[in-house]
Design a protein around this ligand. Sequence first.
Ligand code: SF4
Length: 354
Amino acid sequence: MNGIPAPRRPTRTVHVGSVAIGSQYPVKVQSMTNTPTHQVKATLGQIERLAEAGCEIVRVSVPDEAAALALPKLVAHSPVPLIADIHFDHRLALKAVEAGVAGLRLNPGNLRSPKQVALVASAAKDQGIPIRVGVNSGSVPQDLLKKFGEPTPSALVEAALRHVELLEKKHFSDIKVSLKATDVATTVAAYRLLAKKVDYPFHLGITEAGTAFTGTVKSAIGLGILLAEGIGDTIRVSLAADPVEEVRVAWEILKSLGLRRRGVEVIACPTCSRAAFDVAAVAGKIEKRLASRQAPLRVAVMGCIVNGPGEATLADLGLVGTNKGVLLYVEGRKIKRGTLAEMTAELLKLAKKK
Ligand code: SF4
């Protein structure tokens, strides 16, 4: 696609359970539960909804003993590999490893004792599970904040490298790194900087990106810039919303760059006074009715014959408004003309068969 995205930055491969992460593999989609982890039923329910939406790895926070105790059950029943998110207390990381999680995320800003990190590295190594060094602009170590004045790209990179060195000292190299800031420019600059220094896979994210609307825009721009440059091996979109939305947005980002294909992709015109039917309503209905679909399918929903036939010809299925009813396209060919209700029903029937 015209050099976009650029070839992936070469990295090592890391396995999170059955999911391979690195430049040899498609960029993976992650999200995080927001239920209290110790509430097993609620958390498993959310993990299942995330997996159905296409989430390939789920992270759960482990803030206390009760959460750690819930992990064995969550691991046993989760349809996707689970990563334990650990802050402050290395003993919770050790418990998570024991519980059988497929990976750990450690925060170098609040887990800094070399001795404690060494203990966690050794336990993770014994179990063959990776560790993500997850730096956040909100929890950069104090000495680096003093040195750089604020969480600059260099501060984030130094925080990560310091932690990576602690792990490497224990001959641990099953590492992923993330450098999340709340603003796009810092995040992008930080990942670019670290990309020149290490060959570990990167987990991308804009941290605390905001509500569904602003966070989606911010994440699409930040992650989009990096992914277009070939940087990034797994992504998490952070939204102050239902995490299922994070997964939907992540997939749209990957689809927009042609990095992955999954489920229905609706091409819909913005409409104007020429539109022969309510394109937004029909496109929304089709998206909703085909939301659980996993196999790729491109559907064009176009208001009139200005751009309609062109787009419908390029799609697997298409609807085009005319002043004499709606045209149905199948695999690039005009098949039928009928009322909007008839043609929409027929398209949905065909989509389900495909
Ligand atoms: S396809 Fe037709 S209805 Fe849709 S925006 Fe273009 S001109 Fe308007």
